[in-house]
Design a protein. Structure first.
Length: 247
């Protein structure tokens, strides 16, 4: 009788330890493709359920500023650090997931300019009728790049910034931007876009995409499971498959 009782209590304890949780995730789009491939594996392995919102950097910031409640936020590492400093993300919870670089593309079927050197990139920018860039970290870097190349005034009338919820590939494919720049993995397989390649090595900028656990999350352990899974060895091949490098 005692053995049966202990077995029953042990079963209850085990069930409590593996109780499934619903994890609400807010993420920018740089890791969307690899995330979508990894999520079913994670849900099967851990039993947790993920509810995820993908959007642009500015919209992520607006949602958090408005007090929307999430358990995990995934975006550029510097933004995660800022949220830790402001108390919106738990200290010590940042986990680096993937590293990305910036690439360029043109509308499918158009001539493909050479961007392999500093001078050829500069020539392509000056020749383009319109230039697309993002509201995220890659967009900030590209605007600084125009300054570095000394062509700010020449390209200013041609700039087309994609809205926060829209990928640069969309405005390239639609013809709003003849030449566009974004994270390489977001452009390299975009329908209607011919990918030109990464920026020249001398001008390249890499950045990390990281996750952090939001302060006030009620599923902290499950959130830790998710971030460890996304950054773990089993995720490495999927990260590379989608044009990024493990962080």
């Amino acid at each position: 009788m005692k053995i049966g009782l202990f077995t029953f209590l042990g079963a209850l304890l085990f069930c409590g330890m593996v109780e499934a949780a619903e994890i609400k995730v807010l993420s920018t789009r740089a890791t969307e493709e690899l995330y979508r491939e990894l999520v079913p594996q994670f849900e099967t392995a851990f039993g947790h359920k993920l509810t995820t919102t993908f959007t642009g950097t500015q919209d992520v910031q607006k949602r958090i500023a408005a007090g929307e409640v999430y358990d995990v936020v995934i975006m550029v590492d510097t933004a995660i650090d800022d949220y830790i400093s402001s108390g919106k993300v738990m200290p010590g919870s940042r986990v680096d997931i993937a590293r990305s670089i910036i690439g360029a593309g043109v509308r499918a079927g158009l001539p493909k300019p050479d961007i392999g050197s500093v001078e050829s990139l500069k020539k392509a920018l000056l020749a383009a009728k319109s230039i697309g860039y993002s509201t995220g970290p890659s967009g900030d870097y590209v605007v600084d790049l125009f300054q570095k190349l000394g062509i700010v005034e020449a390209v200013k009338p041609k700039l087309k910034q994609a809205p926060s919820t829209v990928l640069v590939g969309s405005i390239i494919a639609s013809g709003e931007a003849e030449l566009g720049f974004q994270q390489a993995n977001e452009l390299s397989h975009f329908p209607g876009v011919d990918y030109l390649g990464p920026l020249p090595p001398e001008l390249q900028e890499s950045s990390r995409r990281s996750g952090g656990i939001m302060a006030g999350s009620r599923v902290v352990e499950a959130a830790k499971d998710l971030l460890e899974f996304l950054s773990g060895p089993s995720a490495a091949s999927v990260i590379k498959k989608h044009g990024l490098d493990p962080a």
